[in-house]
Design a protein around this ligand. Structure first.
Ligand code: PLP
Length: 341
């Protein structure tokens, strides 16, 4: 049995069809904006979300950090949930890159409410940093793949518009959110000033994220990408993988969600599991009973060629993705079912 790597949906490898698209991509120098495949990816991705323009970047961390830099100034503040990727997993980049402060909201499963956003906006007073950005994550990674509906996004956007504060979306798994909510990607353009979309998560591309926004925003964002070292040359080979992913791997995300639910159901019945966070998309987070040793459990899985992530004390995370086969699923469910603590 090949390794069943469920540590993240970033571990997927390009299929022969994706590699074929990459090898055959027309390319040029993207620092001169002359790579036709990069340009096609940027325009296509922007059109999906009702946004004017896009910027292809090496990572989702870079697209988020560029957006934050663009929307903030030193002495200003970003409102986000306390477990947000931009705060927890981007090396303190908000401080390092933007010299900005953070207002952390104590949300539920990674999600925040319009009331919390409104309460977090600083009054115009010399003591306080200027609230200059609100950032949402959809789906929420640390929230166990929970998602916002368009109605929830619209209500938060209303608060932002009332106060003249831009709204950013960390959409690393935005297509998982759209699959689960049934909302239309096109409507996102009405509510967000910038969107970061990851191509290297559940969509299966090897590398890359796209930042979306208005035309002049993206023009200026190019400078920020350049200073971060993200001006790349014949990036069209990577963009071709991204285009292939957007055109072929979005619809199948429902399979990942169905499998995640099935895994969650199996875990809920296991006597060594104390709690399974309700599965909404492709992420399963569960808590082991106190008497179960987390490391021993992970080693048990490893002996059965299954890789999982430790996600805090007694907590384990599994993420389903397109490299998981039906045969692997059967093997996995059997292994989860038969563990003896
Ligand atoms: C993966 C991820 C990112 C971006 O990560 P990179 O590894 O830098 O591409 C951003 N936000 C969330 C929620 C993520 O899961």
């Amino acid at each position: 049995m090949n390794t069943i790597d469920l540590r993240s949906d970033t571990v997927t490898k390009p299929t022969p069809a994706m590699l074929h698209a990459m090898f055959n991509a027309p390319v040029g120098d993207d620092v001169y904006s002359e790579d036709p495949t990069v340009n096609e990816l940027q325009e296509y991705c922007a059109s999906l979300f009702g946004m004017e323009a896009g910027l292809f970047c090496p990572s989702g961390t870079m697209t988020n950090q560029i957006a934050i830099k663009m929307h903030t100034q030193p002495l200003s503040e970003v409102i986000c949930e306390k477990t947000s990727h931009i705060y927890v997993y981007e090396v303190g980049g908000i401080a390092f890159n933007s010299s900005a402060s953070v207002h952390l909201v104590d949300g539920y499963r990674g999600k925040i409410t319009p009331q919390q956003v409104e309460a977090g906006i600083n009054p115009d007073n010399v003591h306080f940093p200027v609230t200059s950005l609100v950032s949402l994550e959809n789906t929420c990674n640390k929230g166990g793949g929970s998602f916002y509906t368009l109605a929830e996004i619209s209500a938060i956007s209303e608060v932002c518009k009332k106060h003249g504060i831009p709204l950013h979306l960390d959409g690393a798994r935005v297509f998982n959110a759209l699959t689960a909510s049934g909302d239309n990607a096109l409507d996102y353009g009405t509510y967000f000033d910038s969107i970061s979309v990851c191509l290297s998560k559940g969509l299966g591309a090897p590398v890359g994220s796209v930042l979306l926004g208005k035309k002049n925003f993206i023009e200026k964002a190019k400078r920020v990408r350049k200073v971060l070292g993200g001006g790349w040359r014949q990036a069209g080979y990577m963009a071709a993988a991204g285009l292939y992913a957007l055109q072929n791997n979005v619809e199948r995300l429902q399979v990942d969600h169905d499998r995640a639910k099935q895994i969650g159901q199996t875990l809920a019945l296991a006597d060594y599991v104390a709690e399974v966070v309700p599965v909404e998309t492709n992420i399963i987070i569960f808590r082991l009973e106190d008497h179960v040793n987390t490391e021993q459990y992970l080693n048990y899985l490893k002996d059965k060629s299954i890789l999982a992530s430790s996600f805090g004390p007694q907590m384990i995370r599994l993420v389903t993705h397109l490299d998981l086969t039906e045969e692997m699923m059967l093997h996995l469910l059997e292994a989860l079912d038969t563990y003896q603590a």
